[in-house]
Design a protein around this ligand. Structure first.
Ligand code: HEM
Length: 177
């Protein structure tokens, strides 16, 4: 997984829970906390850090993933030049993530492995799609969609329904309110 994902996570943890908690989380995982934006790292390290942070803070790993996803949306959005004006709503942006953005990510970084979205149905007010990823970060996905809706100034109700026990496939139903 790209270093930008880790660096952003560590910054959020430090800003939200303080340097001491951030350091404790790293120490418990014998992790030196050095991540360069273009480097590639094992995504399991991120899962481990989130699990430790959950123990240290008493906040569930799912909630931590969600808050993190929401906060990283802007960073990801700004990391790819030319996105401004490409989409005019949350639904059209999510379509472009699957059809363009994550494809570009894979071209840019040979070993990147973003999730896939399988679109089930779409109307003006409702989008149903399946999130597919062996990384099982559906709550990061939830947060990213929330960050995206905020970016487009839309209020969207998000419903998640696991399609596999390990959360590798989750159905998202998005409804505009
Ligand atoms: C609504 C918007 C978006 C959603 C829902 C979304 C979803 C996700 C999720 C859930 C992951 C975590 C990995 C996984 O679950 O398998 C991920 C990874 C990633 N996404 Fe997106 N994403 C969005 C927008 C973007 C944008 C705008 C960029 C801009 C470059 C981007 C670039 C990346 C990158 C670099 C990774 C890490 C891939 C890797 O290192 O293997 N995403 N995305």
């Amino acid at each position: 997984m790209k270093g930008i994902i880790f660096a952003e996570f560590l910054e959020l943890v430090e800003d939200t829970f303080g340097l001491e908690t951030c350091q404790k989380m790293l120490d418990e995982n014998q992790n030196d906390g050095v991540y360069t934006a273009v480097g590639t790292y094992d995504h399991k390290d991120l899962v481990k850090l989130i699990v430790t942070l959950s123990k240290l803070t008493g906040i569930s790993a799912e909630d931590l993933q969600q808050v993190y996803g929401k906060s990283i949306f802007k960073t990801l959005y700004n990391s790819m030049p030319g996105l401004e004006g490409k989409a005019d709503s949350t639904f059209s942006f999510i379509n472009s993530v699957e059809e363009y953005i994550h494809i570009e990510v894979k071209k840019l970084y040979a070993n990147a492995n973003p999730p896939a979205f399988k679109f089930v149905s779409e109307t003006e007010t409702q989008l149903i799609m399946d999130y597919l990823s062996a990384r099982c970060m559906s709550h990061v996905c939830l947060g990213l969609i929330q960050g995206c809706a905020e970016h487009f100034n839309e209020t969207i109700e998000i419903n998640m329904e696991p399609m596999a026990d390990d959360q590798s496939e989750v159905r998202f139903t998005l409804t505009t309110v």
